[in-house]
Design a protein around this ligand. Structure first.
Ligand SMILES: NC(=O)c1ccc[n+]([C@@H]2O[C@H](COP(=O)([O-])OP(=O)(O)OC[C@H]3O[C@@H](n4cnc5c(N)ncnc54)[C@H](OP(=O)(O)O)[C@@H]3O)[C@@H](O)[C@H]2O)c1
Length: 273
């Protein structure tokens, strides 16, 4: 069986490649814009391409049985038509509920006639990287809502679920809502980063506008969108842990404390500018 990982150098796709190799998947093919820069592990077939460049995808899909589909809503319908024509049988897609931003991916996958499993993650632990610069430069985090909460999940757990779904028959036709093991407020996330770093990191409550300015060096123009829509959305819709990661993987989901301990270097490096 040949499994294609699209977006194979992305934050999640790259981890899906590693998980598939670790689980002894037969043939793993990785789709990337730049095979040389990607430096994928030995044993991985590398195909050149990108989901938003339809030319060349037919060749990448040749001989593929199953694929991990990275999110590219604008081209997803054409991508799936090419995959189906090439003989791909099943798709495990990173997407979201039909009514949300990533819903077009899920709906298109269901409509295309291939077997499917949807991965619907909530907040990512990796999103806390947006604070890394503030922590390095000022030793504190500035945000407006210390008490809003989410149940963030480690991207590596999402990748492990993706690899499991690609290799088994069990999750066919299922939407897997994925969250981390505990609900944590923004203030608790910052406190746990402090524990991992071995020093207190104050959570400084500021206005929305000040938070946007604090995040702008790390996030650019997305900072305003993030504060208004993502943080604003959490006020109205706290996310509960789903328990699906232990059910699927047979082990607990990675805790934020563990994730933070593993990523200390990302927050502790000296500022470079
Ligand atoms: N529920 C949710 O929260 C949810 C659901 C679905 C999706 N998402 C979003 O999905 C994303 C997953 O991130 P990811 O890093 O795994 O995947 P990604 O952003 O799709 O990127 C995967 C790869 O695609 C290529 N690529 C991306 N943007 C490109 C561009 N503009 N031009 C050319 N190539 C481009 C790059 O490959 P090369 O290295 O080969 O150039 C990149 O490594 C996150 O942004 C996340 O927010 C979230």
């Amino acid at each position: 069986m040949t499994i294609l990982v699209t977006g194979a150098t992305g934050n999640i796709g790259r981890k899906v490649v590693d998980r598939l190799l670790g689980m002894g998947a037969g043939r793993v093919r990785a789709l990337t814009n730049d095979p040389v820069r990607a430096a994928l592990p030995d044993g991985v077939e590398v195909a050149s391409g990108y989901l938003r460049k339809l030319d060349g995808l037919a060749a990448a899909f040749e001989g593929v049985d199953r694929m991990y589909l990275a999110p590219a809503p604008d081209t997803v319908v054409d991508v799936l038509a090419l995959a189906r024509a090439a003989g791909v049988e099943r798709v495990v897609d990173l997407s979201g509920e039909p009514q949300g931003w990533w819903g077009r991916v899920a709906e298109s996958v269901e409509a295309c006639g291939l077997g499917w499993t949807h991965l619907w993650p909530g907040d990512f632990m990796e999103n806390s990287m947006m604070w890394a610069r503030q922590i390095r430069v000022n030793g504190a985090v500035r945000e407006p809502y210390p008490r809003i909460a989410s149940a963030p999940i480690a991207m590596d757990d999402i990748a492990a679920v993706a690899a499991t779904a690609l290799l088994s028959e069990e999750h066919l036709g299922t939407s897997l809502s994925l969250a981390g093991p505990e609900i944590l407020t923004r203030a608790e996330l910052v406190r746990l980063l402090g524990v991992a770093l071995g020093r207190e990191i104050p959570f400084i409550e500021v206005s929305d506008a000040e938070a946007v300015e604090a995040l702008r060096p790390a996030m650019g123009d997305r900072a305003a969108w993030y504060v208004e829509n993502v943080l604003g959305g959490m006020v109205e819709q706290p996310v509960a842990p789903t328990g699906s990661v232990p059910e699927i993987l047979g082990r607990p989901a990675v805790s934020f404390a563990r994730w933070a301990a593993d990523h200390v270097a990302d927050f502790a490096e000296p500022a470079t500018g």
